[in-house]
Write a protein that binds this ligand. Structure first.
Ligand code: FES
Ligand code: FE2
Length: 430
């Protein structure tokens, strides 16, 4: 449970808010590369942390992320023409380059000198790993790009995905770090023929005590680390190490997790606030060793990618139609009645008392411990920043190489010790 003040810190990311300022110290992914696929293609609408922007790729391939509205009389640049190294407003033809600098003010005698004084808000942009990234903080504090594994993975080896959720970003993040929801949200009653094609989670008869909860936590410079006992016998325990990296990142995969199949798959998820009641969830899966096989792409897409409304990143099955829940399926086959893995989550996270969850009234138990740690680290970092203490993590790009891992250890070794020792090798040195 949080105080009202803590919950407000956690959920608000508009300009000038404590969490908004913390987010604005990091490079953040804000679009898929495919949204602006080639030079002079149509611009894409973009809203990030309550700021209306557009993204476009100019004639030379440079990416611009600039104010959504023209400086003259605020017409939407989305309807403008992207040509000859700039975007031209459809209303009276003022034109802007990727840095937001006005480069043409037609029909006006003073235009040639006047244009130099017109500068739209703009943010630096980079394209890495199939995403367009931006940094929205103070220029003098701009950090180097974080060392994510996937940033260097070629297009043929990876798949990028995005969906828009109608809820605060933190609800989406908390859904990810919720170990006990697999049993019901993604769980099955019956795997006989005729049921849904999405099969994941635990079936009826699984003892609830086998749900694996983290047993040890450690607050770190980059966020939070935890250790979960995955299985154990008389002699040995298998322990998974996981992390949350401030503000919205997963750890790099270790590629050695058992049960991941033959392809050593990388997998990372990120969510970025669009505004306080909407967020985008971005995901990348990749094979570090070679192109992703077509069968794999198809199998993966069949159950991990909800159908989207054409021309948008919003699912066809959504809050307005109750995610097309099938009560017959729910009675007979799975607990959700929803035949799509992300939608099973989305139908929960979008409506936790509303799009902004009131964390002053919740009833938390030990099953919520991971999220309790993550919340407190986020709030601490946001408060530190309010008091003038800048976060260190953005300026240590190697920290984004911190890895998850699966470790075998003697049965009687305390999990806290296993975690502490593991972090010595998993967290890159400065
Ligand atoms: S509003 Fe854009 S040129 Fe006038
Ligand atoms: Fe889930």
């Amino acid at each position: 449970m949080l105080t009202q003040e803590e919950n407000e810190i956690l959920v608000r990311t508009g300009p000038g808010t404590p969490m908004g300022e913390l987010f604005r110290r990091f490079w953040l992914p804000v679009m898929l590369s495919e949204e602006i696929p080639e030079p002079d293609c149509p611009p894409a609408r973009l809203r990030v942390m309550n700021e209306d922007l557009i993204g476009f790729r100019d004639t030379e391939g440079k990416i611009g992320i600039i104010d959504a509205y023209c400086a003259h009389r605020f017409s939407p640049l989305f309807f403008g023409m992207n040509e000859e190294c700039g975007i031209r407003c459809l209303y009276h033809g003022w034109k802007y380059d990727v840095n937001g600098q006005c480069v043409d003010v037609p029909f006006v005698p003073e235009g040639e000198t006047f244009k130099e004084k017109v500068q739209l808000k703009s943010y630096p942009a980079l394209e890495r790993g199939g995403f367009i990234w931006t940094y929205m903080g103070p220029k003098e504090l701009q950090p180097p790009f974080p060392d994510f594994d996937f940033a260097a993975i070629p297009e043929s080896h990876r798949e990028n995905w995005k969906i828009i959720c109608e809820c605060n970003w933190m609800q989406s993040l908390e859904g990810q770090h919720d170990p006990s929801h697999l049993y019901f949200t993604h769980g099955f009653r019956d795997l006989t023929e005729g049921g849904p094609t999405v099969q994941m989670g635990m079936t009826t008869g699984t003892n609830l005590t086998t749900v694996r909860m983290p047993a040890a936590f450690q607050d770190t410079e980059y966020g939070v680390a935890w250790a979960t006992v995955w299985s154990s016998d008389d002699k040995e325990q298998v322990v998974n190490i996981g992390h949350h990296l401030l503000p919205v990142f997963d750890a790099s995969p270790s590629y050695n997790n058992p049960g991941r199949g033959k392809i050593p798959l990388g997998y990372q998820r990120m969510r970025v606030p669009i505004d306080d009641v909407t967020c985008m969830v971005l995901r990348v899966r990749w094979n570090p060793e070679g192109p992703l096989a077509e069968e794999f792409r198809e199998a993966h897409n069949a159950w991990l990618v909800p159908e989207k409304i054409p021309g948008t990143y919003r699912p066809v099955a959504n809050k307005a139609n109750n995610y097309l829940i099938d009560r017959e399926m729910q009675r007979n086959y799975n607990y959700s009645g929803i035949n799509n893995f992300p939608l099973q989550d989305i139908c929960q996270i979008e409506q936790q008392g509303g799009p902004i969850m009131d964390r002053t009234r919740e009833k938390l138990t030990s099953q919520d411990e991971t999220n309790i740690h993550i919340r407190h680290q986020l709030i601490r970092a946001a408060r530190d920043l309010m008091e003038g203490k800048e976060p260190a993590a953005p300026h240590r790009p190697e920290l984004f190489q911190v890895k998850s891992a699966t470790i075998k250890a003697p049965k009687d070794k305390p999990v806290e010790d296993i975690l502490k020792e593991a972090l010595k090798s998993l967290v890159p040195a400065a």
